[in-house]
Design a protein around this ligand. Structure first.
Ligand code: KG4
Ligand code: ZN
Length: 338
C-alpha cells in the first residue's frame, strides 16, 4: 500500500489557451480547480493565436489564482509548495504562469516546482482513482492537441517513451478535419458529437501505419489528406458531415487503439490509462475498453483537457521525493518527458 505524505499544493497552468489554477491535497483530492478557457476568443482564428493567448492570460491570471485559493478555503500559510507548468507549450503563455508562480513563491516563501505539462496529463488519473489501486507497470496514451505519446510507466518518475506521432498530433488531426467539415473550433468535441449521427463505415479511410515495422509510432497526416480528398467530391453545402466525421473518427480511433493494444501486450502492463483532450472522445474510450481485457482508465472530461489540478497531482510526487526547483528555472517550450 502506498503511504501518501500530506501535501497541499497550489498549481498554475497557462501552457496554451486555458488559464487555470487549482489546490490539491495529497496529490489526489481536488480542493479547487478553476479554468478560464479562451476557446471562444480563438474560435474566430480556427486555432490558438499565441499573442492573443498570452495577453489574455495576463488579464485573468490573478483572478483565477485568487478564486482557486478562496474556493479551497486555504490561506497561503497552509500551502507546502507552488507548482506551475514549465513546458512544453507556447512560450508567451508559459511565461505568464511561471512568473506569477515564482512571484508567489518568493512573496510567500514557499518551495517552487516547474512541472512538465505531459506529466501533468499522466497524473490526471491519480485524481480520479484510489491511489492504492494503481499498480505499475502502466501504459499511458497521452492524446491532446499537441501530443500523441505512448509511455510505459514502471513507477513514479520512471517513464519509457515507446512511441509518438511522426506528424500531426491526434487532437490536431481532429481540429484540422473539423475545419474541413465546417465544424466549430475545437474540432474534437464537434466531430465526436457529429459522429454519433453518422455511419462510421460510409468511407474507408486509411488506418495509419498499423504495420509492426513502424513500432509504436503514429501518423495522422495521410488520414487528414484522405478526408480532404473525399470532401472535394461534394459541392459546397452538400457535405455528408456526420458520415465523414464518423468515418474519420473510426480510422483515427483504430490507429490509436491498435498501437496501444500492441504495446500493452508486449509489455504486460496491469492497466492502460488515457489522458489529454482526445481521451474525452467517446469512441476512443469505448473501443479501448472493448478491445482490452485489462482495466482501461480515463479522467472525467473536465480533467482530460488542460487544467491545473493535474499539475498539482504531478507536483505532489516530485515534492514528496524531495525535489525543489530554483527560481532561475526558465520556461521550456520544447520540454520532453524522456
Ligand atoms: O489536452 P488539451 O486540452 O490541450 C493540449 O494539451 O493540447 O487537448 C485539446 C485537444 C483539442 O485538439 C481538442 O479538439 C481535443 O483535445 N478534444 C477532443 C475531444 N475533446 C477535446 N478530441 C476528440 N474528441 C473529443 N471529445
Ligand atoms: Zn494539454
Amino acid at each position: 500500500m502506498t503511504k501518501v505524505q500530506d501535501t497541499r499544493i497550489l498549481a498554475i497552468e497557462t501552457s496554451c489557451d486555458e488559464t487555470a489554477a487549482a489546490v490539491v491535497e495529497n496529490g489526489k483530492t481536488i480542493r479547487s480547480n478553476i479554468i478560464a478557457s479562451q476557446t471562444k476568443l480563438h474560435s474566430r482564428y480556427g486555432g490558438v493565436f499565441p499573442e492573443v493567448a498570452s495577453r489574455k492570460h495576463i488579464e485573468v491570471i490573478h483572478a483565477v489564482v485568487d478564486q482557486a485559493m478562496r474556493e479551497a478555503y486555504f490561506g497561503y500559510d497552509d500551502l507546502d509548495c507552488i507548482a506551475v507548468t514549465a513546458g512544453p507549450g507556447l512560450v508567451g503563455s508559459l511565461l505568464v504562469g511561471v512568473n506569477v508562480a515564482k512571484g508567489l513563491a518568493v512573496a510567500r516563501q514557499k518551495p517552487f516546482l516547474g512541472i512538465n505539462h505531459i506529466e501533468g496529463h499522466i497524473y490526471s488519473l491519480w485524481l480520479t482513482e484510489a491511489v492504492d489501486e494503481i499498480e505499475f507497470p502502466i501504459l499511458t496514451l497521452v492524446v491532446s492537441g499537441g501530443h500523441t505519446e505512448l509511455y510505459l510507466m514502471r513507477g513514479h518518475d520512471q517513464y519509457e517513451h515507446l512511441g509518438g506521432t511522426l506528424d500531426d498530433a491526434a487532437g490536431e488531426a481532429f481540429d484540422k478535419v473539423g475545419r474541413l467539415l465546417g465544424l466549430p473550433y475545437p474540432g474534437g468535441p464537434a466531430i465526436d458529437a457529429a459522429a454519433t449521427a453518422g455511419n462510421p463505415t460510409s468511407y474507408r479511410f486509411p488506418r495509419a501505419i498499423a504495420q509492426r515495422e513502424y513500432g509504436y509510432d503514429f501518423s495522422f497526416s495521410g488520414l487528414k489528406t484522405a478526408v480532404l480528398r473525399q470532401t472535394k467530391n461534394f459541392s459546397a453545402g452538400r457535405l455528408p458531415v456526420n458520415d465523414l466525421a464518423a468515418s474519420f473518427q473510426a480510422a483515427a480511433v483504430d490507429s490509436l487503439v491498435s498501437k496501444t493494444v500492441q504495446a500493452a501486450e508486449d509489455h504486460a502492463v496491469t492497466a492502460v490509462h488515457l489522458a489529454g483532450g482526445v481521451s474525452a472522445n467517446s469512441a476512443l474510450r469505448q473501443t479501448m475498453r472493448e478491445t482490452l481485457d485489462i482495466p482501461v482508465r480515463f479522467p472525467p472530461p473536465l480533467l482530460c483537457t488542460d487544467n491545473a489540478a493535474m499539475i498539482a497531482a504531478a507536483a505532489h510526487w516530485h515534492f514528496i521525493n524531495g525535489r525543489r526547483d530554483p527560481l532561475t528555472l526558465d520556461v521550456q517550450p520544447n520540454l520532453r518527458l524522456t
